[in-house]
Design a protein around this ligand. Structure first.
Ligand code: DGY
Length: 319
């Protein structure tokens, strides 16, 4: 019989993560993105102690109340964990962890990519090429917005928000931010604190969200979009739940917003197909952390947390 701890890999992960899981644990690897019901049935059947979890494992309070007794830790390989009831899981005696830093740089890179693409109307330019570019590009046609010199408003100045600020400053942008608390000067790195979202919105020529979903609710309401300056640009790599998508679509259609760049949507992956009709929207499928290095690092972080808890140590990244 194996002396290794039995764990479940409840989502598809890269080969390097599977290899480590199999080397260090008695790992069950169905190579599927499991639902909560599927994952918990396997936990019960195999005496699983730790789960490397995924967004389809939507743990509710009802699941937590009936956790199999073997279960000790649920490790999110992601920064976000709004797909699970953390309080109920912890109340059931199961440790919850996340991967707070593994994806900082890649998420900020993608946010910057969305910003550049939205400001420079990359979708429309790319469409011209795909249609077999035959006419010279007009001197006054398809003009974008100059990025350097613009003011970026960041909502949520955690690790990713700060990484975004550094990138934007590198492109010559002025950075304002709103956060629950003002940062220490060495973390602000020249970004200007704005006390409230209401005060930030009218000043943000480009607005980028970098805060967790869940408790924040719908931050970008119709009223909030209306407060952005005309011709503003909206970027979201955080969570779709932060946004009233009807209001966003209306703001893009009316031209109140010049453009938007989105990596996240309210009902992923069944996103609102009306988005496809908006030429001034640049979209990616929630892939900000999707690089070889980062997906490995995220998986390894989850395994490190599982190893810590199952060997009786403190979790490295408890939430
Ligand atoms: C996260 O880590 O929360 C990212 O959105 C990837 O899912």
């Amino acid at each position: 019989m194996s002396t290794k701890h039995p764990i479940l890999i409840a989502r598809r992960v890269p080969p390097a993560v599977v290899a480590r899981a199999e080397a260090e644990f008695d790992a069950l690897v169905p190579d599927l993105d499991l639902s909560a019901e599927e994952a918990l049935a396997l936990v019960a059947a195999h005496g699983i102690q730790g789960i490397l979890t995924g967004p389809r494992v939507r743990i509710t309070a009802a699941h937590a109340a009936a956790f199999p007794p073997s279960l000790r830790v649920i490790a999110n390989p992601t920064a976000g964990y709004d797909h699970m009831d953390v309080a109920a899981t912890k109340a059931a005696g199961v440790v919850v962890t996340n991967a707070p830093d593994a994806l900082t740089d890649c998420t900020a890179d993608l946010a910057m990519m969305l910003l550049l693409n939205a400001c420079r109307r990359a979708s429309e330019s790319a469409a011209i090429m795909r249609a077999g570019w035959r006419e010279n590009f007009g001197f006054a046609a398809n003009l974008g917005l100059k990025v350097s010199g613009r003011t970026l408003g960041i909502v949520g100045m955690g690790r990713i928000g700060r990484a975004m600020a550094r990138r934007a400053q590198g492109f010559g942008m002025r950075v304002l931010y709103h956060n629950r608390r003002r940062l220490a000067p060495e973390l602000e790195q020249g970004a200007e604190f704005v006390e409230s979202l209401e005060a930030l919105l009218p000043r943000a020529q480009v607005l980028s969200l970098h805060l967790p979903g869940g408790e924040a609710g719908t931050l970008m309401t119709r009223q909030a979009f209306a407060m952005l300056p005309p011709g503003g640009v909206f970027i979201n790599t955080a969570r779709g739940s932060l946004v009233d998508e009807d209001a966003l679509i209306d703001a893009l259609r009316s031209g109140h917003l010049f453009a938007a760049g989105l990596d996240v949507f309210r009902n992923e992956p069944a996103f609102d197909l009306r988005f496809n009709d908006l030429p001034n929207l640049f979209m990616t499928p929630h892939c900000a952390s999707a690089t070889v290095e980062t997906r490995d690092a995220m998986g390894f972080c989850a395994l490190d947390n599982i190893a810590a808890v199952l060997s009786g140590r403190e979790a490295l990244d408890p939430v």
